[in-house]
Design a binder for this molecule. Structure first.
Ligand code: TYR
Length: 294
């Protein structure tokens, strides 16, 4: 085995601290535990009852504060809304030990890299940003699932100052959760995710709210079927998390929305013209693309 394969294949954590023990943070802890890659799991959070629940569910061994987490963890995972990360990293920094690796699971990466550099200064090399493309509209520790990351992509957007050892350790840990790890530039990540995750969420939420706020929403919702359910499922997600994502990736989301508006206008015009051929053509292209994607 070469050195890289050895580093990723044997990665384990003695003490993991998860900041934000919800669906994503809790699932990471559960997956590492199931793979036998973690010793002790510490949980940090805003609400005592959530941490108690996480402990009852066996996701964490103990609830601690940020200072205790920084003092004893060898890996700290931030699984909070991206808007909270600056404050958390600033609080962690004075207590951070030299060997501790810090990572996150935020849905935006350029903003997180900037925030981490500003908050951590010379300790930024210890922070390796990441984003598992996995999740659900459910939230909280009871939604955590040790199998959530199986077969899923995890994008790492390493900082130039990250050591190869830090990258390989994190890669190995995600792989032990069943994930496939790839590396991207943060800006490229944010443009792609705006298109396939952030804008779909934006549209589903606007649409859901529009229907729910209509005068006859009771009738509409009682007659809505599985298509409506599929289309709006993601709108049930956390408002706090998604607000932070939209603000952090504002430019890419706005640019993608402008393109969608143009495409929508073209489709609308085809309908206004009663242009059946044009309608058929783009519906067929969309259907083929969707079937091909699986
Ligand atoms: N939107 C996805 C779903 O509910 C989950 C998800 C959310 C994945 C945010 C990634 C992410 O950054 O299916």
């Amino acid at each position: 085995m070469n050195a890289a394969a050895e580093a990723t294949g044997q990665a384990r954590v003695d003490v993991l601290a998860v900041v934000g023990v919800g669906l994503i943070g809790g699932s990471f802890a559960a997956a590492l535990r199931a793979a036998g890659r973690v010793g002790r799991v510490l949980g940090v959070g805003r609400h005592a009852h959530t941490l108690q629940q996480a402990q009852r569910l066996g996701l964490i061994d103990e609830a601690v504060d940020l200072r205790q987490a920084a003092a004893s963890a060898d890996l700290i995972m931030l699984a909070t809304p991206v808007g909270a990360m600056g404050r958390i990293l600033s609080e962690l920094k004075p207590h951070l030990r030299a060997g501790t690796l810090v990572t996150d699971v935020g849905s935006t990466k350029a903003d997180v890299a900037r925030t981490a550099r500003a908050a951590l200064g010379e300790c930024a090399a210890q922070f390796v940003p990441g984003h598992p493309i996995a999740g659900a509209e459910r939230t909280g520790p009871e939604a955590a699932d040790a199998t959530l990351y199986r077969g899923r992509n995890v994008v790492l957007t390493p900082l130039a100052e990250n050591s190869m050892d830090a990258r390989l350790r994190l890669t190995g840990l995600w792989e032990s959760c069943g994930a496939r790890v790839l590396t991207m530039e943060p800006e490229a990540h944010d443009v792609v995710l705006a298109s396939v995750s952030h804008v779909p969420h934006f549209l589903a939420s606007v649409y859901m709210e529009q229907v729910a706020a209509s005068r006859d929403s009771d009738v509409r919702l009682s007659l809505a079927g599985t298509g409506f359910r599929d289309f709006t499922r993601i709108a049930a997600g956390s408002a706090e998390m998604w607000r932070d994502i939209f603000l952090a990736n504002r430019a890419a989301v706005l640019s993608e929305l402008r393109e969608i508006r143009q495409a929508l206008a073209q489709a609308e015009q085809a309908l206004e013209r009663e242009d059946g051929q044009d309608l058929y053509d783009w519906l067929e292209r969309a259907a083929l693309a969707r079937r091909l994607w699986g």
